[in-house]
Design a protein around this ligand. Structure first.
Ligand code: NDP
Length: 296
C-alpha cells in the first residue's frame, strides 16, 4: 500500500499553528487579522463554503466579516462594497465567493480588490508576481498541494511534475509553484495528445480536472506521488451519493508511492491556506516580516 497523504490532519495542525501566529500578532504587535468574505446569491454549495470559512477564521482567533448580498445585486453595488473593504483597516483579507451571478463580471470584481488584501491570489498583480517570482499572495488550493508535497517529499528539485488541468485557480498556479520549486513541469489539458503517456512520466502527478476517476492506476509511474484535487459527487451502486477524485483511487494506490484521498486530502488544505494567506497579508500590511510569524 502507498503512503496516504493525510490532508485533513495536516490542515488541522496548520490551523493550530496559525492560531499561535495570530496570538503572537495580537500580543506583540496589537494586531488582530480580519477576513471579509462576500457572498452574492443563495448558491447552496457557496453558502456551506462561506459558513466554514467564517467558522475556521474565528477558531483561529481572527475577526470574520461576512457580507451576504442578494442575487440581484448589481456590479456597481458589489464594487462599492469592495471599495469600502479596501479602505477598512480592520479588514486585512477580502474573498469574494465564486461563482458570481451572471450580471456581474468576475474579472472586474477580482481586479478591484486591493492586491495586498487579495487572499485568494486571483488578482492580476498576484498572478504576475507568482509568474515572475515576486512576493505575492498565492491561490489557496495549489498552495495547499505544494505544502503537502513538501511535507511528504522535502526538496522537489529536479522532479518531473505533470499537472492535469490548466484552470486559473488550480492548474496554472500549481504549475507555476512547482516550477518555482525547481520541478520540470508539464501542463496537460483536454487537447493533450497522449495524456496517459504524459502522466506515466510523472514523479509528481497533480490531477485537477473535475472528471470522476478519470486517471487509472496504469497511467501512474510506480512510486509516484499523486495529488488528487478533483472533487466529484457520484452516485454509488447502493444509490448513495459520495465524493470521488479525478484519480481512480483503488488502482492508483496499487502503484503510487503516496496519494491523497478524496475526501480528506487536498480539500481541507484550501481553507487552512486561506487563513495562512490572511495572516501573511496582515503582516505585510503592518510592516511585520511574515517569515517571523507564519508557521515554518
Ligand atoms: P476547470 O473546469 O476550471 O478546469 C478543468 C481542467 O481540466 C481544464 O483545464 C480542462 O482542459 C481539463 N480537462 C477537462 N477534461 C479533460 C480531459 N478529458 N483530459 C485532460 N484534461 C481535461 O476546473 P478547476 O480547475 O476549477 O477544478 C478541477 C477540479 O478540482 C474539480 O473537480 C474541482 O471541484 C476541484 N477543486 C477542488 C478544490 C479543493 O479545495 N480541493 C478547489 C478547486 C477545485 P481545457 O482547459 O482544455 O478545457
Amino acid at each position: 500500500m502507498p503512503q496516504l497523504i493525510d490532508g485533513k490532519a495536516f490542515a488541522a495542525s496548520l490551523r493550530e499553528r496559525l492560531a499561535d501566529s495570530v496570538r503572537t500578532l495580537k500580543e506583540i504587535h496589537g494586531v488582530t487579522p480580519g477576513l471579509a468574505v462576500v457572498l452574492v446569491g443563495e448558491d447552496p454549495a457557496s453558502q456551506v463554503y462561506v459558513r466554514n470559512k467564517g467558522k475556521q477564521t474565528v477558531e483561529a482567533g481572527m475577526a470574520s466579516f461576512e457580507h451576504r448580498l442578494d442575487a440581484s445585486t448589481s456590479q456597481a453595488e458589489l464594487l462599492a462594497l469592495i471599495d469600502r473593504l479596501n479602505a477598512d483597516d480592520a479588514v486585512n483579507g477580502i474573498l469574494v465567493q465564486l461563482p458570481l451571478p451572471r450580471q456581474i463580471d468576475e474579472a472586474a470584481v477580482i481586479n478591484a480588490i486591493d492586491p495586498a488584501k487579495d487572499v485568494d491570489g486571483f488578482h492580476l498583480t498576484n498572478v504576475g508576481r507568482l509568474a515572475t517570482g515576486g512576493d505575492g499572495l498565492v491561490p489557496c488550493t495549489p498552495l495547499g498541494c505544494l505544502m503537502l508535497l513538501q511535507d511528504h517529499l522535502g526538496d522537489l528539485s529536479g522532479a518531473k511534475a505533470v499537472v492535469v488541468g490548466r484552470s486559473n485557480i488550480v492548474g496554472k498556479p500549481m504549475a507555476s509553484l512547482l516550477l518555482a520549486n525547481h520541478c520540470t513541469v508539464t501542463i496537460a489539458h483536454s487537447r493533450t495528445r497522449d495524456l496517459a503517456g504524459e502522466c506515466r512520466a510523472a514523479d509528481i502527478l497533480v490531477a485537477a480536472v473535475g472528471r470522476p476517476r478519470m486517471i487509472p492506476g496504469d497511467w501512474i509511474k510506480s512510486g509516484a506521488t499523486v495529488i488528487d484535487v478533483g472533487i466529484n459527487r457520484v452516485t454509488g451502486e447502493d444509490g448513495k451519493n459520495r465524493l470521488v477524485g479525478d484519480v481512480d483511487f483503488d488502482s492508483a494506490a496499487a502503484v503510487a508511492g503516496a496519494i491523497t484521498p478524496v475526501p480528506g486530502g487536498v480539500g481541507p488544505m484550501t481553507i487552512a491556506c486561506l487563513l495562512r494567506n490572511t495572516v501573511e497579508a496582515t503582516c505585510r500590511q503592518k510592516g511585520i516580516d511574515p517569515g517571523a510569524i507564519l508557521p515554518g
